[in-house]
Design a protein around this ligand. Structure first.
Ligand SMILES: Cc1cc2nc3c(=O)[nH]c(=O)nc-3n(C[C@H](O)[C@H](O)[C@H](O)COP(=O)(O)OP(=O)(O)OC[C@H]3O[C@@H](n4cnc5c(N)ncnc54)[C@H](O)[C@@H]3O)c2cc1C
Length: 415
């Protein structure tokens, strides 16, 4: 079959690129390996889809760190506000939360996916499911895309195949293979926004225990880094939103088996150490006959209180009134700065996003077109871009896809 624009991958980037291409009048075909579109999109935001982050483009540029410069044009062109306007026009209700995260109002990622698919269909986009693209070639100025039995000939090819995380959603790294074939460099892929593994094995004893409000601190290259939010102890380390955010900074420095990265957990960030000490002293005096672990459990989860007592060389079964001052001080210090050493991340298959991918130095930031192969474009996570938690990664998908789908170097338009 023949088409003007062929897009590989019906994830958020592929669907958005298709809409922009079809809006501009191009005959557009999307080829998807799975039997249905947006399988990973359905998992986002724990099924609620955190589709963007309410912030000015310059804040997003900053949030993407070194890659912000590459993304800058796209984030200004199709900003978080423009994305919300776009989805509002498609009839999607959205809910802005206090931290700036924007979710589907009904708390259903499927609403976001369906809005995109309905729009693409109404524009006449051909959506081919259950067709994994195996080969891509350039012949006489056209791209020839081999998917299943048939071949698709296209003037323009957009690769929107995602990264390597959660391969069960269809992301197998095929896009990197296609990119390499056309001469592109693939920056080493790593897990980002992922739980981390500790050298200590005590977190395993607490597996499943969560601390809702924690602060994580570390130093990398003399720069102090902190993240905040919930953490959860896992079989071999720690996970949870604050850890995923921290992993974004750590992943380039891992694995580090010989010299693990030291970090500290503040298990009561909402209270200063002196106040905590005053409160603890008061509770211990008022509950002098209560076991120390039970007094401590007013400040941290019970399983953690036993562990902290052990680390502070303090008998958790002793009545609080018998705990010596120096043991109390050791406990307070541990609550405010519990040390852990990070040796590696969990595998990329468990990561929220992939760090690395198609090198952005070979991509034109105003169009997402390859600087090596005219007519070849990339959008979404297949590119070497990854942001922190909070809707940044989907925003990058929408922004890069809007440019990739738009004809030539024109500015993307909204529906
Ligand atoms: C559990 C989880 C929760 C997340 N939550 C959020 C969130 O709330 N907010 C946020 O901003 N980000 C979130 N993310 C990240 C976000 O989902 C990704 O950044 C985003 O899905 C990437 O979109 P994409 O279109 O580039 O790739 P994908 O969504 O991975 O889509 C790529 C598509 O290409 C298809 N494909 C691949 N190879 C081929 C081939 N050879 N032929 C045909 N089709 C192919 C795949 O089957 C897939 O459907 C989350 C990720 C995970 C894993």
């Amino acid at each position: 079959m023949e088409t003007e624009v062929c897009i590989i991958g019906a994830g958020p980037a592929g669907l958005m690129a298709a809409i922009f291409a079809a809006e501009a009048g191009a005959r557009t075909t999307v080829v998807e390996a799975n039997s249905s579109p947006g399988r990973k999109l359905l998992l986002t935001g724990a099924g609620r889809c955190n589709l963007t982050h309410e912030a000015a483009p310059q804040e997003l540029v900053r949030a993407f760190g070194a890659k912000g410069r590459f993304l800058s044009y796209s984030l200004y062109q199709f900003s978080p506000q423009a994305v919300q306007d776009f989805f509002a026009r498609l009839g999607l209700g959205m809910k802005l939360e206090k931290d700036g995260c924007v979710f589907s109002a009904a708390g259903r990622a499927s609403d976001v996916r369906d809005a995109l698919v309905d729009r693409a269909r109404s524009l006449g986009v051909t959506l081919l499911y259950g067709r994994r693209v195996g080969v891509v070639a350039r012949e006489a100025g056209s791209f020839v895309v081999g998917a299943g039995q048939g071949q698709i000939r296209a003037d323009k090819l957009i690769v929107a195949t995602g990264g390597l995380s959660w391969p069960q959603t269809g992301c197998t790294g095929d896009g990197y293979r296609f990119a390499r074939q056309f001469g592109h460099t693939i920056v080493e892929t790593k897990a980002s926004l992922v739980p981390v593994v500790t050298r200590e094995d005590w977190p395993g004893q607490l597996a499943g225990t969560a601390v809702q409000e924690a602060k994580i601190s570390t130093h990398i290259n003399n720069r102090k880094l902190t993240t905040a939010g919930a953490i959860i102890f896992t079989d071999d380390g720690i996970g949870g939103p604050a850890v995923l955010d921290m992993s974004w900074y750590l992943t380039d420095h891992l694995p580090a088996a010989q010299t693990p990265i030291g970090l500290t957990l503040d298990l009561a960030p909402y209270i200063e150490q002196v106040q905590l000490e005053a409160q603890m002293t008061e509770r211990m005096a008022g509950n002098a006959k209560k076991k120390m672990r039970n007094v401590l459990a007013e400040f941290v989860p019970k399983r953690l209180s036993v562990l902290l007592c052990g680390q502070a060389s303090c008998d958790d079964a002793l009545p609080a009134g018998q705990i010596k001052k120096d043991a109390r001080k050791r406990l307070i210090r541990l609550i405010k700065a519990l040390p852990l050493s990070i040796v590696r991340t969990r595998p990329i298959s468990e990561a929220t996003v992939t760090r690395g991918g198609v090198s952005v130095s070979e991509i034109e930031p105003k169009t997402m077109e390859s600087k090596i192969c005219p007519g070849l474009f990339f959008a979404g996570e297949v590119l070497d871009i990854d942001g922190p938690c909070g809707g940044y990664n989907l925003q990058a998908c929408w922004s890069t896809a809007a440019l990739a789908g738009s004809p030539g170097a024109q500015d993307p338009h909204t529906v």
